[in-house]
Write a protein that binds this ligand. Sequence first.
Ligand code: CA
Length: 254
Amino acid sequence: MSRVLVVEDEAHLAQGLRFNLEAEGYSAEIAEDGETATERLLAKNENFDAIVLDIMLPGKNGFSVVEELRAARNYVPVLMLTARGRPEDVLKGFAAGADDYLTKPFDLSILLARLQGLLRRSEWMRTAHSTQNSLEASSAPADPGKIGDYGTFSFGGKTIDFGTLELRTNGDVIHLTLMESELLRNLIRNDGRVVSRKQILEEVWGLHEDTDTRAIDNFIVRLRRYIEDDPAQPRHLLTVRGVGYRFLANPERK
Ligand code: CA
């Protein structure tokens, strides 16, 4: 049973969410403010499978909560709740390390679908990881330029492990959030092809509504910092003006 923490100060909304999550077979608990949430997740090291996190909270807000989690290397999937008409919140939330967002007021069915999406992805990662561990001894390293059977991909001296969400580069290990990793995986799958921002929002986040596509640009800037030797002169992750992005595993081969 997946365990979800609902961080929301509006009691009726929090209790309604808990009730509905429990009706759907989740175990759900409520934290009424950001301090309680970080206390439980970090100080007490409680395990949750996902967090539904409101941004507007008394005291410590949702941005600070997710920032603190990521800074403490806690990568629990975070679905953020933003107020309508504040697209800048989406950008800020993604920048802080949230994985997905919903605008209030939301349809319960949509919240459940998004949550399910996050849980499914992280479950997939966990399975891929344990399979990988048990097969590690017999598995050959993935061919460069191809996502290997065990979810690794190598290019330009870097290796991404989609099971552990780790990017290994020159002895450094960078931990990716769930959605950073999903975005990279999507771009890599389209190696050499242009992918539009709209397509990325649909395929990676499952968002069909009109979302500010700058949210994507924000992620791309971060990915470039991870994978490019000179993020200002990207060789692997190129901007295609007015359209979107193109990933090149082998820039020389174009
Ligand atoms: Ca609130």
